[in-house]
Design a protein. Structure first.
Length: 444
């Protein structure tokens, strides 16, 4: 017995400074994605909504950070049952030792907690793009707090908790195709169905006011996504994290090219908005699948997502659903495609031994598991998010008034505007005119 105990002690994970440092860097990269998202969304709206769009992402950082430390992490990753977790030691994180390791890994619990915090921060922020231009800031802040608690935390436990039902079933979600992207996309659809369309939808032009800002935001998202994806292996001792890094780049490039080709064929132009949207679609689709597929498989995943999401965003006009910035078309559809394609392209050589239809014994087993995870998350998030939006709307109200929406939500909700044009030529012209008038008076 003594020798067995010695052997077990020798095999127990030890703190790795390299993996700890790597994960802290990845956590910072994931945090950068939320300001990147703010710029991405901020450039896509009209001038009068720019600041509100930025603030909807930034407030998520503040609210989710505090709630995650207080109880979110405990409920998402504690052990209790297949639907919700709980660990009293993680409430407030006061009873956690500085070098206490995350079970089975070589990084401290604090590092895993903060890495997952950044995932929780950006997920509700993704929803904000679907409801741009028309939601009270106070109502949005309340929605973020409630949605984190009622929707994100349980779903994260299902997918990533050690006793989560989807995790135990064998649903593969490397970095958040279901828990982040389908969750946010379905949640966005639920809210849209409750609060309705913007004033002037399908009638007034609602073009992006700053495509350079969109491209900047896309670049920051692409950069930060490497931390989001590669970091989700919690180290790179066996090369899976490196595979995910490669696949993230490959799939994103393929999706961008596929989206551009689709819009050139359909609309006759290669647009910057299409390039940015295609890149994000690829990032979304490879998020659940990148640890399970080969680089060739990643090209296929990206290309399918690029075309599929490009086609999906146009459906909002057919179904008369005002998804302002295509959150449903990119994140929900991209998450669904990326999650289901695991059932076809999983090689069995990455994060899991499970194989897809095109590999191994050509079984559909993994595909059915992916369907189960996708369907459960989509259905739960859609219904729960709609209920939360309905309750908020019936109590404090979700929408600004029609006059405030038309005049501009920035001024109504924040008493600010993104750009000050008062000194851009007007002041000089006014001064010259005043001088000329006074000169005429003196001459007379």
């Amino acid at each position: 017995m003594a020798s067995a105990a010695i052997t077990l002690a020798a095999e127990a994970p030890k703190l790795s400074s390299a993996n700890t440092g790597f994960m802290l860097i990845c956590s910072a990269l994931v945090l950068l994605m939320t300001p990147g998202l703010a710029f991405f969304y901020g450039g896509m709206v009209r001038v009068k909504s720019t600041l509100n769009m930025l603030m909807m992402s930034f407030i998520s950082i503040g609210i989710v950070t505090i709630l995650w430390v207080l109880y979110g992490f405990s409920l998402a990753f504690g052990s209790s049952n297949g639907f919700i977790g709980y660990d009293s030691h993680w409430l407030g994180m006061s009873d956690v030792g500085l070098t206490d390791l995350w079970p089975g890994y070589t990084i401290p619990i604090f590092v895993f907690m903060v890495f997952q915090m950044m995932f929780a921060v950006i997920t509700p922020a993704l929803i904000s793009g679907a409801i741009a231009d028309r939601v009270k800031f106070s109502a949005w802040a309340l929605f973020v707090a409630l949605w984190l608690t009622v929707v994100y935390v349980p779903v994260a436990h299902w997918v990533w908790g050690a006793d989560g039902w989807a995790f135990k079933l064998g649903v593969i979600d490397f970095a958040g195709g279901t828990a982040v992207h389908i969750n946010a996309g379905a949640g966005a659809l639920g809210v849209i169905l409750v609060i309705g369309k913007r004033v002037g939808f399908k009638r007034d032009p609602m073009r992006p006011h700053s495509l350079p800002l969109v491209m900047l935001g896309c670049g920051l998202l692409w950069f930060g996504w490497f931390g989001f994806n590669a970091g989700s292996w919690l180290g790179n001792d066996d090369g899976v994290g490196a595979l995910m890094f490669v696949n993230t780049q490959v799939a994103t490039a393929a999706a961008m090219l596929a989206w551009l080709a689709y819009e050139k064929i359909r609309h006759g132009a290669f647009t910057t908005l299409g390039a940015a949207s295609g890149a994000v679609a690829g990032l979304v689709a490879i998020t659940p699948s990148g640890g399970a597929v080969s680089p060739l498989g990643a090209i296929a995943v990206g290309a399918i997502a690029g075309v599929g999401c490009a086609a999906a965003v146009g459906l909002k006009y057919r179904f008369n659903i005002d998804d302002s910035l295509d959150v449903v078309g990119v994140h929900m559809v991209g998450g669904i495609l990326g999650s289901l394609l695991i059932g076809f392209f999983a090689t069995g050589k990455g994060q899991s031994a499970a194989t897809g239809v095109f590999y191994g014994d050509h079984s559909f087993t993994q595909l059915w598991k992916q369907f189960a995870g996708v369907g459960a998350v989509l259905g739960y998030s859609l219904v729960a998010s709609a209920v939360l939006a309905f309750l908020i709307d019936k109590t404090i109200g979700m929408r600004v008034t029609e006059d405030e929406e038309v005049a501009g939500i920035d001024q109504a909700e924040h008493a600010e505007t993104a750009y000050d044009f008062s000194g851009a030529g007007g002041g000089l012209g006014g001064s010259s005119l005043a001088t000329a008038t006074e000169t005429k008076k003196v001459d007379a």
